[in-house]
Design a protein. Structure first.
Length: 634
């Protein structure tokens, strides 16, 4: 097949100066408007500058002069795709036209892997994920050593919850000696967490950290590892606390009280800022929404600094509350710090901790006189500049966990959380024991929280209740492998295969809640308790038995159960955990009664009292503000 080879070049483009290259190309085109090579270079230079409108125009003109040239069609398709993704989209750019251009290019030159990759990305952006995978596989058929194609295929497998397949892709990439093996290891470790292989993930994260070429990369990988430390049963609270402290001391200066222009008047209206990547369909939204909806604007003006990658309908709903909305996604820490300071925020609150897409480095710059962390992370941040951690007396009893935190603990009463269920949540079903004839235990928690320690306890409970079932939800595509491994584990302990019920991926919160139609008694995980899953179980009329330990992460269940008025289901030993589960299993009339009444009990409890919770949070903010004012000599 004959191919057009563009040999012309411009020196600024070779030197990484695309803006200068554009001017040179325009000069060439002024002399000869039909110079396709100059148009080709202009399109590439504009793309390098991020000017997709200019790139589209240049490649369109080139294609009109020389139609049917694969490289021109491919570049036009890529530019149309990128233009369609902008906010707002570039005028005239569409994914449909991008797809057409790329298909035309491949019809002429089907052995060009990069074009297959770009077509796959277009179909990904259209939500056609399986077709996108086929494109990546077609590209790999022509070049099995293309690292980018393997990475794109891995990302698509993750997006469709095929974690084993994604793991295979990442392992292949490592064999190909990628430019950044540390990032591949970081992604591989994240998959291991999803698969419930947290001990192995910690080792893989450590390998990624050791290979990370730049401090910012290493810092982020350590954060991923810090979060994962909470899953295995074997790691001590002291070790977790020490690793958090080391992270903070390694990457951030000791906390300093910078001078701020905030007026230190104890009773004035406060400016409260919340920083989160989770102002979207996310568990955090269910817990921050009550405060955003019910706070008193006369007492505090609320700012939301949204680091949201993909806003959704929940983002839109949160924006309707009386808040000032600031989009900081893609804004670097220095610029975000200036924005917070310009807004004169008095108290800046982190809602993510070490979770994905967090902005703890922003807090490290100390943009506000008072900084606190709340809701999104079950532990200390380790950040020297974080002043407070908001909790309660059940999740962090006074004197129990202070030594595990770099922040000062401040406590809400009675619970540090307030839960807002969705308006479209389903009604509780009848107790499944009625239809099944046997008791069903279970949890909807993700597999990262299910460790061997808990499985041993659950197997013992099943053995004590003849015929009882264990209902779990696994969201990954390797459903049969996971079921086989769990079944083998239980059969070794005398539990027949048919007593394990493994539900598949829930495509919505509604479907997730329908899983409780299969559960009579919910069994909380340990040491990482459930939070949203516990609230959802209670809302669906399912009692939860929770084992409380010596740390916040293992006491959230107790906090929630106390707030709802079920303190007897929060226990402090494995024997008590078994006994509580067995007592519920033996009392079917009680289970049926709870199924009917627990939702109303929960809604009437402090856990769902948004106005009271907002008032309590406001009073706590006022308290720590007055302390700061006193420190200023007021």
């Amino acid at each position: 097949m004959s191919r057009i080879v563009f040999e012309k070049t411009v020196e600024p483009l070779q030197q990484g100066q695309p803006a200068d290259a554009r001017e040179r190309c325009r000069s060439l085109l002024a002399d000869d408007p039909s110079d396709v090579e100059a148009l080709f270079l202009l399109g590439n230079a504009a793309a390098a500058c991020g000017d997709w409108a200019d790139a589209i125009e240049a490649f369109r003109r080139a294609c009109s002069i020389l139609p049917g040239i694969p490289v021109l069609l491919a570049n036009l398709g890529l530019s149309l795709q990128e233009g369609a993704k902008q906010h707002p989209p570039v005028q005239g750019a569409s994914l449909a036209e991008a797809e057409t251009c790329l298909q035309r290019a491949l019809a002429i030159q089907p052995d060009y892997p990069k074009t297959w990759e770009n077509l796959g990305l277009v179909r990904r952006d259209q939500g056609r994920l399986e077709e996108a995978k086929e494109c990546m596989l077609n590209g790999l058929a022509h070049d099995p050593s293309d690292v980018q194609l393997w990475l794109q295929l891995a990302a698509l497998h993750v997006a469709t919850y095929h974690f084993d397949l994604a793991r295979s892709c990442y392992r292949r990439v490592l064999q190909l000696n990628p430019d950044d093996p540390a990032e591949i290891l970081n992604r591989l470790a994240t998959l291991q967490v999803y698969l419930g292989e947290s001990p192995q993930a910690l080792l893989t994260f450590a390998d990624a950290i050791a290979r990370a070429p730049i401090p910012e990369q290493k810092r982020a990988y350590i954060q991923n590892r810090l979060f994962t430390l909470h899953y295995p049963f074997e790691i001590t609270p002291e070790q977790i606390a020490e690793e958090h402290r080391q992270w903070g001391e390694q990457y951030f200066l000791p906390s300093s009280r910078s001078r701020f222009a905030n007026t230190p008047v104890p009773g004035r209206q406060l400016r409260i800022g919340f920083v989160s990547p989770d102002f979207r369909m996310n568990a955090v939204a269910f817990f921050i929404q009550p405060f955003l909806a019910a706070h008193s604007p006369e007492l505090c003006q609320v700012y939301c600094y949204a680091n949201v990658e993909k806003p959704d309908i929940v983002t839109q709903q949160l924006q309707k509350h009386p808040v000032v909305w600031r989009d900081i996604h893609g804004v670097d820490d220095e610029a975000a710090c200036r924005l917070v300071r310009d807004d004169m925020i008095d108290i800046l609150v982190d809602l993510a901790g070490h979770g994905a897409n967090n902005r703890l480095p922003l807090f490290g710059l100390r943009p506000a006189p008072i900084q606190a962390t709340w809701i999104g992370y079950p532990d200390t941040t380790g950040l020297p500049a974080m002043d407070y951690r908001i909790t309660d007396a059940i999740a962090d009893p006074p004197g129990l966990t202070e030594h595990l935190h770099t922040e000062e603990l401040v406590r809400l009463s009675p619970c540090f959380l307030c839960y807002r269920p969705g308006d479209d949540f389903p009604e509780p079903s009848p107790s499944p024991v009625i239809g099944q004839g046997v008791i069903s235990f279970g949890t909807m928690s993700n597999f990262s929280k299910i460790n061997r320690f808990m499985l041993e306890i659950w197997a013992g409970i099943l053995a004590s209740v003849p015929g009882s079932r264990l209902v779990l939800r696994y969201r990954g595509g390797e459903h049969e492998r996971i079921r086989r491994e769990l079944s083998e584990f239980l059969q070794e302990r005398g539990i027949a295969d048919e007593r394990l019920v493994l539900l598949g991926h829930a495509t919505s919160v509604y479907q997730q809640l329908q899983g409780y139609d299969e559960i009579d008694v919910a069994l909380d995980t340990f040491p990482y308790n459930g939070t949203t899953t516990t609230c959802e179980a209670l809302y669906m009329g399912v009692p939860v038995v929770s084992l409380a330990g010596p740390t916040h992460v293992s006491r959230v269940g107790a906090s929630l159960l106390h707030a709802v008025g079920l303190p007897g289901f929060a226990v402090t030993s494995v024997d008590e955990y078994r006994a509580a589960a067995l007592a519920l299993a033996a009392d079917v009339p009680r289970l049926m009664g709870l199924r009917r009444t627990l939702r109303d009990q929960m809604l009437a409890s402090p856990l769902c009292d948004g106005p009271a919770a907002a008032q309590g949070v406001g009073q706590l903010f006022r308290h720590i503000w007055r302390r700061w004012c006193m420190e200023q000599g007021i």
